[in-house]
Design a protein around this ligand. Structure first.
Ligand code: PRX
Length: 636
């Protein structure tokens, strides 16, 4: 079957298509219904079936490839390279599962994982899904306020953490951030399991904090059976930013997710069991969940867990070819990264890439932010393999738009992630009228008609109303899922993504909410008002730019005063949200551009920052506010 036909079947004969895909995983009891869409916009996949993510990722491979690599940990931060076979991984996961159970974790409980990129983080994720606990991994780059919000929402029984992460050889202590988050959170966490890497001092709280190493000794060899879960049982939640200051817990199921990932590994990522997959993402992001941990392992592939920069070697020496060294060494066949990482590499000598034998590599997959043509062309030339852009979201869990070369080879087009994947009924709608745009090259909101495919979020954790109101009510008169991205489709059906319709920004492939940054800055006593916008950046794609109105403008009257205050405000964001959210600049103004009704015109500010035409300014209440920003930016 050609791709167009397959995609058509996935929409018009949904049950046949997905029942066929469901054969890719092990079911303990077979499902009785493929897709239940009786209560839109909610979708339930493979009802009646029971399965388990950990079983499909680990146990089922032990018999056939038990001695093959499953997890390869490479840390250029601490100079360690260590491989676990499927059999060893299974043993570690069972040990971790026994520890979790002994600490009181039960099926349905939440376990929050706040960890650097170390194998124990993966053991913890798999141990949770093994026993039916719901994991919620929080990116290690987030700080105490971000973490506290997530703890409060997830209400975990246990937190798994470590003494520290490391970035560019610099130790980042996690425990003080975690302790502060635990103090801030209204939900009191009963137990904290700590991995001591010996990188930073780690104060323990008596009765609450327990150490992993002695417990691992104690539970080594434990046999913890897989718990067979309903296909629709929650496997995990992962928090993501939207337009409010409160992150949303994206909730995923078990069976649908396993099936979608299994299909994507072959159809999209061109992987084969027994080969090695390398995703440079972090377990704190959705790419890490789907394509460091679950996808490759479900498909019987070894996966590389990489802690470090793309430009440092195992002994801490500069090495712009470290990733390619790993590709050669482990015969990586599929690699997944983000355009930002490629832009970092682009500053290095391209000869670095040529030193290594990259003949195992079939393709490089890039996602998370727009892939600009110069970056795409540079890496395509340097590697000599196809570069496959793919567009998706935390919410979707796997690609929405890309090219399914595993089904049928099709050319990629620079600037376009591609075409809709199986199960995705993608449309472009007029934002005002909700009409479907049918002509080529019309700009509209990219939406998905229900039922959403397997693997997609089920709902917002404990907040069905928020799921419906946020995602399904943004286009007038239509109950469709909004991606909050602008897009166009060319005459051949290729889509192009033109940026967000909301206040979400994308910094170096990291999704951030401007409201969260604004709320953090507002917590400083000197701040009266603040607006944060995303501004185009040649390296990071976008950076956050903050505009602050002070209660006492005199504080920033001198250049030295302004600079000191700017530093202070950046520090506030660093300690509350984490350095990832730190604005590139904080500029002081006496007023923000607003409408007469008091709405801050972020889009006008953004246009001014980027030196673009700000459009119709007749709605701006105070033209002086526009002038101030214009002057700041023309002065550089
Ligand atoms: O705006 C789109 C952008 O990143 C958003 C999703 O970010 P996140 O939830 O972190 O998930 C990333 C999963 C890969 C999207 O709404 N985005 C993601 N991929 C692309 C992209 N924009 C353009 N091209 C892409 N390939």
């Amino acid at each position: 079957m050609g791709y167009a036909e397959l995609h058509h079947q996935s929409l018009v004969d949904r049950d046949t298509y997905w029942a066929e895909q469901a054969r890719r995983i092990d079911w303990h009891t077979p499902f009785t219904r493929v897709c239940n869409h009786d209560n839109p916009p909610f979708t339930r996949w493979f009802e009646g079936g029971t399965t388990n993510l950990c079983h499909n990722a680990v146990d089922r491979h032990v018999a056939t490839r038990g001695e093959q690599n499953a997890l390869v940990w490479v840390s250029t931060e601490v100079g360690i390279e260590k491989a676990y076979s499927f059999r060893e991984l299974q043993a570690e996961v069972m040990t971790m599962a026994a520890i979790l159970q002994a600490q009181g974790v039960q099926q349905g409980d939440r376990v929050l994982i706040y960890m650097p990129m170390i194998p124990e983080a993966v053991f913890a994720m798999l141990a949770c899904t093994r026993i039916g606990a719901i994991h919620s991994v929080v990116f290690g780059g987030f700080a105490s306020v971000s973490l506290a919000q997530r703890i409060e929402d997830a209400q975990p029984t246990l937190v798994v953490s470590a003494d520290a992460g490391s970035r560019s050889g610099k130790v980042v202590a996690y425990k003080p951030l975690l302790d502060e988050a635990l103090r801030l959170s209204a939900h009191k966490v009963p137990k904290v399991l700590l991995v001591d890497r010996g990188l930073a001092p780690m104060p323990r709280t008596e009765g609450r904090d327990v150490d992993y190493a002695p417990l691992r000794e104690q539970h080594q060899g434990a046999q913890v059976p897989v718990v067979w879960l309903e296909s629709t049982a929650i496997s995990y939640t992962i928090y993501t930013s939207g337009t409010t200051g409160r992150p949303k817990g994206v909730q995923r199921d078990t069976g649908g997710y396993a099936v979608a990932l299994a299909a994507s590994m072959e159809q999209i990522f061109l992987g084969k069991p027994g080969e090695t997959y390398f995703s440079t993402s972090d377990i704190g992001w959705v790419v890490g969940h789907s394509y460091i941990v679950y996808g490759p392992l479900i498909h019987g592939m070894a996966t590389i867990l990489y802690e470090g920069l793309p430009t440092r070697g195992l002994n801490g020496e500069p090495d712009p070819a470290i990733w390619w060294r790993l590709v050669e060494k482990y015969k990586v066949t599929a690699m997944f990264s983000a355009p930002t990482a490629v832009r970092v590499l682009k500053k290095q000598d391209p000869a670095a890439l040529k030193q290594h034998d990259l003949s195992s590599l079939r393709a490089l997959f890039l996602a998370g932010e727009p892939l600009d043509e110069p970056t795409g062309r540079w890496i395509a030339d340097a590697l000599g393999v196809p570069i496959i852009d793919n567009y998706w979201q935390t919410e979707s869990g796997w690609p929405i738009l890309t090219i399914a070369n595993g089904v049928e080879r099709k050319e990629s087009r620079f600037g376009s992630p591609g075409i809709p994947m199986p199960g995705y009924d993608v449309k472009l709608l007029d934002e005002q009228t909700g009409e479907a745009l049918t002509q080529p090259n019309q700009k509209g909101v990219l939406v998905i008609e229900g039922p959403l495919p397997p693997g997609f979020m089920q709902t917002v954790w404990r907040d069905d109303a928020r799921f419906v109101n946020t995602y399904w009510k943004s286009v007038p008169g239509k109950m469709v899922y909004s991606t909050f991205d602008w897009g166009i489709r060319d005459a051949d059906g290729y889509y192009f993504i033109l940026g967000r319709t909301d206040d979400v920004i994308n910094v170096a492939g990291h999704r951030l909410g401007t409201r969260e940054i604004e709320e953090s800055l507002s917590s400083h006593a000197a701040v009266a008002e603040v607006a944060v916008v995303g501004v185009a950046d040649t390296l990071k794609g976008q950076v956050a730019m903050a505009f602050v109105v002070l209660k006492d403008p005199g504080l920033a009257a001198t250049p030295a005063g302004a600079l000191a205050l700017e530093g202070e405000l950046m520090k506030v964001v660093d300690t509350q949200l984490g350095a990832v959210a730190r604005p590139a600049r904080v500029r002081f103004v006496t007023a923000l551009p607003k409408t007469r009704s008091g709405k801050t015109l972020r889009r006008v500010i953004q246009a001014l920052c980027e030196g673009r035409d700000a459009g119709d300014l007749s709605t701006v209440e105070d033209p002086g506010a526009v002038q101030q920003i214009r002057e700041l930016f023309s002065a550089g």
